[in-house]
Design a protein around this ligand. Structure first.
Ligand code: PHE
Length: 363
């Protein structure tokens, strides 16, 4: 009896796992455990025997129970310690080698645009790249058979949508003008950056490229607001104060009047650098973007009353902006996915453009 208790306690204290300990608990205190058997034996004893044995047997039970509880606590502590040790992070490990991923210049420029225009109260709007011809053309005052449709080199899908509209890859970001007017109403101040598609391919044209659309709808908006907005944007984007713009009359079906905007450049070491007066000797003008006052018909298609609301719109090639700012000369390389090109022209993921730190991050 004595020996059984001593053995049992020694085993409990050495139990290697919680499972083994549980087995020992059942062997001692379970229904047919040896402690339980002793407790049961009290019933068959004479009063005198029970008086003598009772306290001894109860003391055994207490000793065994306490030993099990202690071992259980010790095993649980050890398990926690092991878990914590396994989860340790060694902060003295050296930092990984220079991270390999970079931000594509197009993404970088789009972030810069969002930052600059947010400061002027514009929010970012989006629309689908798979468009219908009503949003891409008709609502932009290009009815079927309008010659401008042919000029867009459109990729069409073979099937029409549920409403019987021709489906296409949007040829410009201008359909977002219509979608934003319809969904948000007026007043409105948005930019809409994104992919556009035209069946065209050479050194300066790729079948997919990027544009950013700008749209302001409010009361009493005039060309002066357009010019100021573009000037402010371009000065912030190119980070120079000597940006000069030239507005030329032009034609887009969705703006009236329409204005082509040129930016002045000068030659520095054989390279065109933006800035300068444009007309001075050695200076010149570079065509940059299309814009104009939103056509009354377009405002109507957007569900607004053109006698109450006016606005201006513009569209710029994002890839072209990136090339001008960061000095790439082949547009096709933008979309080759060549890691070496990305490592050269890409931007650090941590270098988020902000107005306060300067939107013109160094690659
Ligand atoms: N959507 C025109 C284009 O793709 C650009 C533009 C946008 C012109 C808005 C005027 C106003 O060429």
């Amino acid at each position: 009896m004595e020996q059984e208790q001593v053995n049992s306690i020694a085993q409990i204290e050495a139990a290697p796992t919680l499972e083994a300990l549980e087995e020992m608990r059942v062997k001692a205190l379970g229904k047919s455990g040896w402690v339980t058997a002793q407790l049961k034996s009290l019933g068959g004893m004479s009063d005198e025997e029970r008086k003598a044995q009772g306290p001894i047997i109860h003391a055994i039970r207490t000793t065994v129970t306490t030993a099990i509880e202690n071992r259980k606590a010790a095993l649980e502590d050890a398990a926690l310690e092991a878990k914590l040790a396994a989860e340790t992070i060694d902060l003295s490990l050296p930092a990984p080698e220079q991270p390999r991923g970079t931000i594509h210049p197009v993404s970088q420029v789009m972030d810069e645009l969002a930052e600059i225009f947010a400061d002027m109260g514009f929010s970012v709007a989006t629309g689908p790249e798979i468009e219908d011809d009503w949003h891409n053309f008709t609502a932009l005052n290009m009815p079927e058979s309008h010659p401008a449709r042919a000029m867009h080199d459109t990729f069409y899908f073979p099937d029409k949508d549920a409403e019987g509209r021709d489906m296409l890859l949007r040829t410009h970001t201008s359909p977002v003008q219509i979608r934003s007017m319809i969904s948000q109403g007026a007043p409105l101040r948005i930019i809409a950056p994104g992919r556009v598609y035209r069946s065209d391919s050479d050194a300066t044209h790729t079948p997919m490229f990027h544009q950013v659309e700008g749209l302001v709808i409010d009361k009493g908006i005039h060309l002066g607001h357009l010019k100021w907005t573009l000037e402010t944007f371009l000065k912030a984007f190119f980070e120079r104060e000597d940006i000069v713009l030239r507005l030329r009359p032009s034609y887009f079906p969705f703006t009236e009047p329409s204005v082509e905007v040129d930016v002045g450049f000068k030659l520095e070491g054989g390279r065109r650098v933006l800035g300068g007066s444009g007309d001075a000797p050695g200076h010149g003008w570079m065509e940059l973007l299309g814009s104009g006052m939103v056509n009354r018909k377009v405002i109507e298609y957007g569900g607004l009353d053109p006698d109450e609301w006016q606005g201006f719109a513009f569209g710029v090639g994002v890839d072209r902006l990136a090339m001008l700012k960061y000095g790439m000369d082949d547009l096709r390389a933008f979309f080759d996915g060549d890691v070496r090109w990305l490592q050269h022209y890409g931007f650090s993921p941590l270098d988020v453009p902000t107005l306060s730190a300067g939107v013109g991050a160094v690659a």
